[in-house]
Design a protein around this ligand. Structure first.
Ligand code: GTP
Ligand code: MG
Length: 214
């Protein structure tokens, strides 16, 4: 799909320990590519992809962050405004799973309260069955505890990659619609109070969600 004519822009952030496969997941999704040997990300990088979700053209702006400790100050500046966050761990690396709680704290600290992003826990490298150290059940349990979404993926085998981004987009969109209807209800309430009778469709969409290039 051409990268123009989108109706809404969603900012997605990809976080997690170094080496879990964040860049690989993004590359697989946007460029349909996988490289068995990758250079560690320095700072942040982003790619975009326009997708069709429930009849709407959505531009996903996907921010890939460096997992390494020394980039935490830089990457921390990119949390603001994220509407969706993929928190990636490696199913063959228990430490990367254990440290997801720190990443969840980072989200709380670095996102603005009004951002309230949809968080998706992703157990990557599920093709490496013999080296698995984190069970699917443990991943599911953790996601349930925090009330976040969960999936296992493989960037190498293209397992669950597009499904994960599609699900994340769908949930953000549903939340957006809910926010818009709450905002309309609130405006209608205000109108009753102030006796104003016009309500433009444009005004029913929350400003921070609006972004159009048409
Ligand atoms: P940082 O940029 O340092 O934060 O790492 P990253 O999370 O971006 O990891 P990256 O995508 O660079 O992947 C690290 C290594 O894991 C690379 O050698 C990838 O080829 C490999 N890798 C990534 N995803 C998968 C996967 O699904 N399966 C397998 N077998 N290897 C993977
Ligand atoms: Mg990377």
């Amino acid at each position: 799909m051409a990268d123009h004519g989108f109706e809404v822009l969603y900012k997605i952030l990809v976080i997690g320990n170094s080496g879990v496969g964040k860049t690989s997941v993004m590359m697989r999704y946007v460029d349909q590519q996988f490289k068995p040997s990758m250079l560690s990300t320095v700072g942040v990088d982003f790619k975009t992809k326009v997708i069709l979700c429930k009849g709407q053209r959505i531009k996903l702006q996907i921010w890939d962050t460096a997992g390494h400790e020394r980039f935490r100050t830089i990457t921390g500046a990119f949390y603001r405004g994220a509407m969706g966050i993929l928190l990636v761990y490696d199913i063959t690396d228990s430490a990367s799973f254990a440290e997801t709680s720190q990443w969840l704290n980072n989200i709380k600290e670095k996102c603005a309260p009004e951002d309230d992003p949809v968080v998706f826990l992703v157990g990557n490298k599920c093709d490496l069955k013999d080296q698995r150290r984190v069970s699917t059940t443990d991943g599911e349990k953790l996601a349930k505890t925090y009330g976040i979404l969960f999936a296992e993926t493989s960037a190498a085998e293209y397992t669950n990659i597009s499904e994960t981004f599609a699900k994340l987009t769908e949930v953000i969109m549903d939340r957006d619609k809910l926010a818009a209807s709450v905002s309309v209800a609130a405006q209608l309430g205000d109108e009753k109070k102030t006796d104003v009778h016009t309500l433009d469709d444009e005004d029913s969409v929350p400003q921070r969600r609006k972004s159009c290039c048409k």
